[in-house]
Ligand binder design. Structure first.
Ligand SMILES: [Zn+2]
Length: 105
């Protein structure tokens, strides 16, 4: 995984606006579409700050899920896009986004 932006099928995509670009996220709350910053030294992508393993989805699903959750939980989108849950922020191994949200509200 060396391309900065990549689709789920492994192809390199046009950049940060491609809705099918891969989002990588972890239980430590770190999420990113800049795949070249992940730690791949152990053969699987890991959070570059705490080493937690992660999951993958598309930007379309990621941001759609955030917007959908915001309808029932007002403020969640701001929290995830510019607040404590924002891109490229690690809150530590085993510290979930739900726990971070609970501390936020
Ligand atoms: Zn982390």
């Amino acid at each position: 995984m060396t391309a900065k932006y990549q689709r789920m099928n492994g192809s390199v995509c046009s950049g940060a606006t491609d809705p099918m670009r891969m989002i990588w996220y972890s239980s430590c709350t770190f999420w990113t579409d800049e795949l070249d910053i992940l730690d791949t030294s152990r053969g699987v992508p890991l959070c570059p700050l705490c080493g937690s393993p992660g999951f993958q989805t598309t930007a379309e699903a990621w941001f759609g899920g955030i917007a959908s959750h915001d309808k029932d939980t007002p403020g969640y989108e701001t929290f995830m896009l510019t607040g404590p849950g924002r891109k490229n922020v690690c809150n530590g191994r085993g510290f979930s986004t739900g726990e971070l949200w609970d501390q936020h509200v």
